[in-house]
Write a protein that binds this ligand. Sequence first.
Ligand SMILES: [Zn+2]
Ligand SMILES: [Zn+2]
Length: 141
Amino acid sequence: MKRLKLNTQRIRSCLKESHLRSTRKRECILEALLTFDRPVSAEELRDRADLPKSDLVTVYRTIEAFLGIGIVQGIPLEDGKTIYELTDPGDHHHHFVCRKCHKTERLDLCLAGELEKKARKLGFSDISHVMEVYGSCEDCN
Ligand SMILES: [Zn+2]
Ligand SMILES: [Zn+2]
């Protein structure tokens, strides 16, 4: 799997500038995210960060905070769950997602510009979009 090189320096400085309170748990969760080379579930993150089961709420809150400042992107799965990956602040990606092993390939391409323009013409504001492509990867075939 190709992995686009993450600018961890940028991620860290973005975090610093965000005025998010730096807590030990938050730091653990970021460190855990950095050890994965694929998107992960909140449960996987909690386990990698070696946090107790009851800390899943903390993990979700931290992910929400990271999503808010744009250093994490959520990837919705077909079953309604979401997996998460670190991303360079401000970047926007779509993915090919293996529905069996959750391996993903990032797409450096977004086709939604025209659609968003159309939505704006229809009077929509605060527009966003979701587009992921699901299938079975080479290893899972
Ligand atoms: Zn797979
Ligand atoms: Zn897009």
